[in-house]
Design a protein around this ligand. Sequence first.
Ligand SMILES: Cc1cc2nc3c(=O)[nH]c(=O)nc-3n(C[C@H](O)[C@H](O)[C@H](O)COP(=O)(O)OP(=O)(O)OC[C@H]3O[C@@H](n4cnc5c(N)ncnc54)[C@H](O)[C@@H]3O)c2cc1C
Length: 406
Amino acid sequence: MSGASVAIVGASTAGAAAAYALRAEGHEGPVVLIGAEQTAPYERPPLSKDVLTSADDPQPLWLLTPDTYVSTNIELRLGAAVTSLETDGSRFRLALADGARLSADTVVLATGGRARRLDVLPADPRIHVLRTWADAQALRTQLRAADRALVLGSGLIGAECAASASSQGVEVEVIEAQHVPFPSLPSHEVRGALLRTFAQHGVTFRTGVTVTGCQAGSDGLIVSLSDGNVIETDLIVIGIGVEPMTGLADQLGAETQRGVLVDDRMRTSVPGLFAAGDVATRRIGDRLVRHEHFASAQAQGAAVARSVVGLDPVAPPAAWAWSDQFTHRLDVVGDPQGGTERRLRRGDDGSLVEFSLAGSRLVGVTALDAHRTVRDARRLIGGVLRAPAEGLEGNDVPLKQLVSTP
Ligand SMILES: Cc1cc2nc3c(=O)[nH]c(=O)nc-3n(C[C@H](O)[C@H](O)[C@H](O)COP(=O)(O)OP(=O)(O)OC[C@H]3O[C@@H](n4cnc5c(N)ncnc54)[C@H](O)[C@@H]3O)c2cc1C
């Protein structure tokens, strides 16, 4: 395999990690990293945080330095989406939007996701999604001039945008279709603590309603809601989730399940075609899992490289997503929904941790401002309690004394 050519489609977190790891694992053949965006691979997490709030002119945080592409001989092709992917069973042929044609022995799909839009909203430059550096620049510029912002959705991106806009002095209202704010957060207590902070900053929530229409006027946007109310705003941020970019996998007839289906070696159902990151759905036991988190995309990039060079998989790290909202750090580790029993730890410092247990096994942690416990939890998910579960509630005992290493 080491002389074979590898084309990685999608030049972002998973794609850059895969390209780098291929070289680290000793792959000697050509590696081309192809990205639809004009920008070299950068970290997306700051886009909804520092990039929106910093007073200085923000710059992308590069995932690999420019020198690294040269020293590791990774060919980077930017601003050129792959529009077609074919295979004759042994080699792949790729057509790029700039007219170029490539071929490769192996293809890694790291195409991630696109931000979902709402059909009821018109095309208007004041209506934003936030996925790319270009999206963040446009939103940042308008937030500086805005008095009011409407955020649709209170998942992690929506909540972060609401917090960032509010901390810029913008009056923010959040529309959430579910009946509770932050519905994807697995802990009732953590949701409550976050909501109190948002309320203290004057961010208001309307839950159980959806947007039914929007009139774009010269003074602002007039948004109609399903409960009959109307809101006037200067800009809208749509934060209602991500659609995995499975189009190229579909062209080859690869199996998809709300993402490109991969096995424990990141192989799709098409020989020679792999997938990693937000676009990949993995079968774990009898469950199908697709993560949309930075750390998972990085880990899957490394895992797909191991697989391409023929190494056995290593156990994936516990899933981990973080979010920064106002001064809070929120962390979700493992699979909090997978537990049957919950234990809450309230720290004297205001931190909050909800442990999720399946029998005596620690399967998930949802935490607010609990850095040390989160650091330990990332190693201990899957471990078994050494003491009665009530011990988790005592905030003076380090987690590693209470849970065995898995
Ligand atoms: C604003 C924002 C904030 C975030 N904050 C956090 C956070 O705080 N914590 C956290 O854990 N995670 C966070 N995430 C999620 C994290 O950034 C993603 O999970 C991660 O970037 C996924 O990486 P990926 O490489 O799989 O996909 P993506 O980052 O989506 O990259 C896919 C790339 O593929 C390109 N592409 C798609 N189709 C083609 C094609 N046909 N040809 C060529 N290129 C193509 C796309 O243009 C894109 O550049 C955040 C995401 C966003 C958008």
